[in-house]
Ligand binder design. Structure first.
Ligand SMILES: Nc1ncnc2c1ncn2[C@@H]1O[C@H](COP(=O)(O)OP(=O)(O)O)[C@@H](O)[C@H]1O
Ligand SMILES: [Mg+2]
Length: 365
């Protein structure tokens, strides 16, 4: 097992900078997620670690050793591709056993040991009943689990998983998350897991790197990213429903007061001098769970809005409100009975709001 380090790694394809000066420290045994939208460079980053691409700049270390010039075979990593391919002429059993078969001498495994290992991984992934079938006799989701089993059957230094659950239906995906996590905990193999699904990253990973346009914007635990997104992109990407981002002007700095599209907000925040000045543009980030809807005007509640959309989620609802010329979402208990078109009072928990510089997109406080 091993740690993985990237030092200022850049990879270009012609004029496209797919990975831009990425520096990461992934600890031995860690479950590390790379999260970002389609096209941000996640797969390229994983292929660089695997040795399927070579960096234009920077260094990649596995277990303290620079691997820049090492062949994929000599890096001792196992990768599941987004577009995995199974060997069509082999039964599921042989597909999964293949990585062990080709290394059985160096691993010191006999046929029985290989069989036991294949059956164990197949059982964890819920495909033990399919071992005699050919890939063409499987559904897409089953094929994906076989591909995953083929990577996990071995205990290399690092598992590299590229959106490995994307072909599964929603229910199976959530179930497989739990299996995958317990498998990783059991074997303690350092895992780099690529996904565009923030819920998946949040539920699986010890730490997450959020990427956009080839760059890593923030690395942190799920809590770090949720509670203190350092960048406005991270704030909008993490959490579901996503954070309300409201453009505002600073109208008073002593205790910060904001003028936001059609309403004013006294934040009560005392700023250090020099951080903001009158007329500065900022973005206010407000989590939907910090927007409270009141039916009557209680003390301290000054904002008035109208309910425009109600989306029941089960125990909670997402209520969209018009506030001035803005639209904001609130996450409410299902017990709150409101109707579309109803006028309500709104309390924003200002102590929990996030303030971003409109120019740089970086967190101000
Ligand atoms: N082999 C390649 N040749 C040219 N451009 C590529 C190649 N691989 C990836 N890219 C480009 O690099 C960027 C990042 O791609 P990728 O790493 O696949 O992103 P992701 O996995 O996050 O969707 C995209 O703009 C993509 O079009
Ligand atoms: Mg990809």
């Amino acid at each position: 097992m091993a740690d993985v380090k990237l030092r200022g790694v850049t990879k270009k394809f012609g004029r496209v900078v797919a990975v831009n000066r990425v520096t990461l420290d992934i600890s031995d045994g860690e479950f590390f997620a790379i999260l970002g939208p389609s096209g941000c460079g996640k797969t390229t980053l994983l292929r660089l670690i695997a040795g399927l691409e070579f960096p234009d700049e920077g260094e990649i270390l596995i277990g303290g050793r620079v691997v820049n010039n090492l062949h994929p075979r000599d890096r001792d990593v196992a990768m599941v591709f987004q577009n995995y391919a199974l060997y069509p002429h082999m039964r599921v059993f042989d597909n999964i056993a293949f990585p062990l078969m080709v290394r059985r001498r160096e691993l010191g495994l006999d046929k029985e040991a290989i069989r036991r290992r294949v059956v164990e991984v197949a059982r964890v992934l819920g495909i033990e009943g399919l071992l005699d079938r050919y890939p063409r006799e499987l559904s897409g989701g089953q094929q994906q689990r076989v591909a995953l089993a083929r990577a996990l059957v071995r205990e290399p230094k690092v598992w590299l998983l590229d959106e490995p659950l994307s072909n599964l239906d929603a229910k199976l995906r959530v179930q497989m998350r739990a299996e995958l996590k317990s498998l990783q905990r059991k074997f303690g193999v350092t895992t780099v897991y690529v996904t565009h699904d923030q819920g998946e990253a949040m539920s699986l990973a010890d730490r997450i790197a959020v990427m956009n346009e080839g760059r890593v914007l923030q690395v942190g635990t799920p809590d770090d990213l949720y509670l203190k997104p350092l960048d406005i992109f991270v704030a909008t990407f993490i959490g579901s429903p996503s954070t309300n981002i409201i453009p505002c002007n600073v109208v008073s700095v002593e205790t910060l007061e904001l003028e936001c599209a059609g309403f004013n907000l006294k934040t009560g925040i005392s700023l250090d001098p020099g951080i903001l000045k009158l007329g500065d543009k900022v973005y206010l980030g407000v989590r939907p769970e910090h927007v409270e809807i009141r039916k009557s005007q209680d003390e301290g509640v000054t904002l008035k809005g109208k309910v425009t959309i109600i989306e029941p989620l089960g125990s909670q609802s997402i209520v969209t409100l018009s506030l001035g010329s803005e639209s904001i979402r609130a996450l409410t208990s299902r017990d709150l009975k409101v109707d579309v078109g109803e006028d309500v009072y709104i309390r924003i928990d200002v102590s929990k709001t996030l303030l971003y510089d409109a120019k740089t997109g970086k967190l101000l406080l």
